[in-house]
Design a protein around this ligand. Structure first.
Ligand SMILES: [Ca+2]
Ligand SMILES: [Ca+2]
Ligand SMILES: [Ca+2]
Ligand SMILES: [Ca+2]
Length: 299
């Protein structure tokens, strides 16, 4: 079990992951990304993640960890393109996995968390302008976990983290809304080996956040949240989603429906899939090049 500190300050807040939905959409034909973690070049992006709006412009943001340890942020634009990059940190993030959990400390601004190579979980409080302040350690032992920042899963007004351990068990780590965690994570599922899990927002429009899962055969499944961190039986809502590395958990174009970004790690191309809400996406739109992890680097 990963350990989560249950302290830190500030008032509670609510944040809703905007609704990601998916059904029947098919990614463009392309090479599946190679899962090669070795031999990272000086300019590759070792991690890309989406975050709910960080800089207050109404559009979700893309976070990227460059292999030299820099952390960058791009805001989406009204034209459904990526805006200019913003350097959040020139160094210090090498080997980190970053996440956009929404407002974690209750000050009204969405924050960033990361897991460093030693498994420490760090909170970077938004400075109110889309930058990050000093980091605060909020947990340890997170290396073996896959984290899914799925918003408030138990409907208590505070954002939570879902995490999958090496045995494929799914845990709900409940946020306090003040920067920390409630004392004990809750087991909410098992059997999540070889399945990619994504924040989905409220697919069912019942006020409870849901999740999407992509199985190894590329089929897409929706799990409706019950409001206590557990989920109903899976419903198949699409196929053909296996080719790309995907990021979810943010409404990029500000229409209230969460969207998805896909990276073709072989070419470095970045694609945007506008969410229609309720279970489908628009066709892929190329929004960036040079985003490969190990090649085709962005200058
Ligand atoms: Ca933004
Ligand atoms: Ca905050
Ligand atoms: Ca919660
Ligand atoms: Ca959207």
């Amino acid at each position: 079990m990963a350990h989560a500190k249950s302290r830190l300050s500030r008032a509670a807040a609510a944040f809703a992951v905007a609704a990601v939905a998916a059904a029947g959409a098919t990614f463009p034909v392309g090479d599946a990304p190679a899962a090669d973690a070795a031999a990272v070049t000086a300019c590759g992006f070792t991690d890309l993640q989406l975050s709910p709006d960080l800089d207050g412009d109404g559009y979700g943001d893309l976070l990227g960890v460059r292999s030299d340890g820099a952390l960058l942020r791009w805001s989406f634009t009204a034209e459904s393109t990526l805006g200019d990059s913003n350097l959040l940190a020139a160094s210090g993030f090498a080997g980190h996995k970053v996440y956009g959990p929404g407002d974690w400390n209750g000050d009204g601004y969405n924050d960033v968390v990361s897991v460093d190579p030693s498994g420490l979980l760090w909170l970077y409080v938004n400075d109110g302008k889309g930058g990050i302040g000093p980091r605060l350690e909020i947990g340890h032992g997170w290396v073996p976990f896959r984290i899914i920042p799925a918003g408030d899963m138990n409907v208590d007004g505070a954002n939570d983290l879902l995490a999958i351990d090496q045995q494929g068990r799914l845990w709900l780590y409940m946020g306090t809304g003040r920067g920390g965690f409630k004392p004990q994570p809750k087991p909410v599922g098992q059997g999540w080996i070889n399945i990619e899990l994504y924040a989905a927002g409220d697919l069912a429009k019942d006020g409870v956040n849901d999740i999407l899962a992509i199985r190894q055969d590329g089929t897409l499944w929706a799990y409706n949240g019950r409001g206590n961190g557990t989920f109903t039986v899976a419903r198949n809502v699409g196929r053909g989603w296996g080719a790309f590395e995907l990021e979810s958990g943010a409404d990029l174009n500000g229409d209230g429906r969460a969207d998805i970004v896909g990276r073709n790690n072989a070419t470095g191309d970045l694609f945007y899939y506008q969410g229609n809400g309720g279970g489908s996406f628009q066709a892929a739109k190329l929004i960036g090049t040079g985003f490969g992890a190990t090649n085709n680097c962005k200058p």
